[in-house]
Design a protein around this ligand. Structure first.
Ligand code: BES
Ligand code: MG
Ligand code: ZN
Length: 479
């Protein structure tokens, strides 16, 4: 679907709030209201066909005083779905200026909602249930500055392209999306946009001394890949943000084998890496004047005769030794080396990592929020601010000093699960990672609950959500 500024279609959409008194272009509006056939509730739609066969569609946006970007996204998501089920090819909305809503943001929220409504992952379905009929949607930006409206629209489209890519990668099963395939997809998607993608294979990973990463990778026939994606588009600045993503293309748990009911969705355990790749796609498409380097240590956590075992003591690129208490706490081992690489080789000025890291995160926050752990409160605050603009939830987990010693091992420097009293698994996993970022400002985002959901919510589909792409984009743009 294309979204254009202008007005040229058969179907016209009209916005109504719960307290809208009249819409003169929709003759039956009052009749509908009086008979409660259309009340203006958020996401409600009503289709009217007049004497000329011209469609009019009403979209409810709820209470006028409750309008915000998220409401606009949700409303237009519903409109997009409705237009599609009516097999409409093109539609126009006259977008008025809303009080208290930034004019550009209104345009981008409309576009985001509409684009969310058109996402499906059905490449493996022989019979497609969703046929996309909506080809063009016109936003008539009325008395706005058209140039600014176009920029806002373009930006929304780039963010959504990143989100679509992230979703496609996460939804892809492990049988096709191996580490090699993930690296290939990153290269294919990003290089045409001016991102330099370097892929290191097993031998090079060995040379770099990434012993923790390799310990996880060794149990699989599928070769690990270390993927570095450089988008350097501000030569005047020394600032360089590293985005590090967990890239487990499958997590069986290893010898600490997962029960089958927890294993079946573990093809999504590369969600962090997909977010990094999707974000780079959005950032590069928008040509932001920033320096961002994506880093992914991609491998599979599986079992063979060489696989690492509970009780092993392994090394790491940082030189720190790690006691492996549980081979299912593999993500932090791969990230340890990827973070150290970000800190020492990339020499990043800030680091953000994204990972489907802990089941404990799902227990604490469900599929509603991403958990944040940090060594720098200011950076965390900026990310939370960006997440609010994106309509996404990030929750800063507490860091009490009592947690610190739980990741220190009696047999080695660190332990990959937490020692002592149980609980706080998301925090201790984050603190473990904190040992590999030196003193560089860093935020860890645990997306275990939010990257892939069973129950669709507002404009998020069942399955991969593409969560955090928009938060990161907003953070990068404004910092
Ligand atoms: N990939 C899992 C975490 C996960 C769980 C992601 C549910 C998405 C949904 C991770 O590698 C893992 O297995 N973590 C263990 C850590 C534990 C052994 C300390 C967990 O959470 O059980
Ligand atoms: Mg695991
Ligand atoms: Zn995992």
């Amino acid at each position: 679907m294309k979204i254009l500024l202008g007005s040229d279609s058969d179907v016209k959409a009209y916005l109504a709030f719960e307290n809208t008194e009249d819409i003169k272009e929709v003759a039956i509006f009052n009749y509908l209201k009086e008979n409660k056939l259309f009340t203006g509730k958020l996401g409600e739609t009503y289709v009217d066909i007049d004497g000329n066969g011209k469609h009019k569609i009403l979209l409810g946006l709820g209470k006028a005083e409750e309008l915000n970007h998220e409401v606009i996204r949700e409303g237009f998501f519903k409109l997009g779905k409705a237009l599609n089920s009516l097999k409409v090819k093109s539609a126009t909305i006259d977008l008025p200026k809303f009080e208290d809503i930034c004019s550009k943001k209104a345009v981008s929220s409309v576009a985001e909602g509409l684009l969310h409504s058109q996402y499906v992952f059905d490449k493996y379905k022989s019979e497609k249930e969703f046929t996309k009929t909506l080809e063009t949607f016109y936003i008539n930006a009325l008395d706005r500055d058209q140039e600014k409206a176009q920029l806002a629209l373009d930006e929304a489209v780039s963010i959504m392209e990143g989100i679509y890519l992230t979703r496609d990668l996460v939804n892809e099963p492990a049988i096709t999306l191996t580490p090699v395939e993930l690296a290939k997809r990153a290269k294919e998607e990003l290089e045409p946009l001016g991102v330099k993608v370097t892929i290191y294979g097993k031998e090079e990973i060995e040379k770099m001394n990434m012993k923790a990463f390799l310990s996880v990778a060794v149990g699989s026939e599928n070769e690990p890949q270390f993927i570095v994606m450089e988008y350097l588009n501000d030569k005047t600045s020394d600032e360089k943000l590293a985005l590090v993503g967990k890239g487990l293309t499958y997590d069986t748990g290893g010898y600490s084998l997962k029960p089958s009911t927890s294993m079946d969705t573990m093809f999504t355990d590369m969600g962090g890496s997909a977010t990094v790749i999707g974000t780079l796609k959005s950032v590069a498409t928008s040509k932001l004047n920033k320096n961002v380097v994506g880093i992914v240590a991609a491998c599979e956590n599986s079992i063979n005769g060489k696989a690492y075992k509970p009780g092993d003591i392994i090394g790491s690129m940082a030189g720190k030794t790690i006691e492996v208490k549980n081979t299912d706490a593999e993500g932090r081992l791969t990230l340890a080396d990827a973070l150290w690489y970000a800190a020492t080789e990339v020499k990043a000025s800030k680091i953000i990592d994204l990972a489907t890291l802990t089941g404990a995160c799902v227990v604490a926050l469900s599929d509603v929020a991403t958990a944040g752990v940090t060594n720098n409160e200011d950076l965390m605050r900026e990310i939370i601010k960006a997440s609010k603009r994106a309509g996404e939830n990030v929750w800063h987990m507490p860091h009490f000093k009592e947690y610190d010693k739980r990741v220190l091992s009696d047999r080695a420097d660190l332990i990959n699960t937490s020692k002592g009293p149980m609980g706080a698994g998301t925090i201790t996993a984050g603190l473990f990672l904190g040992h590999f970022v030196k003193d560089i400002p860093w935020v860890h985002l645990d997306i275990a609950g939010t990257a892939y959901i069973d129950t669709p919510r507002t404009y998020l589909p069942k399955g991969a959500t593409g969560i955090a792409v928009s938060t990161l984009y907003n953070y990068i743009k404004c910092n």
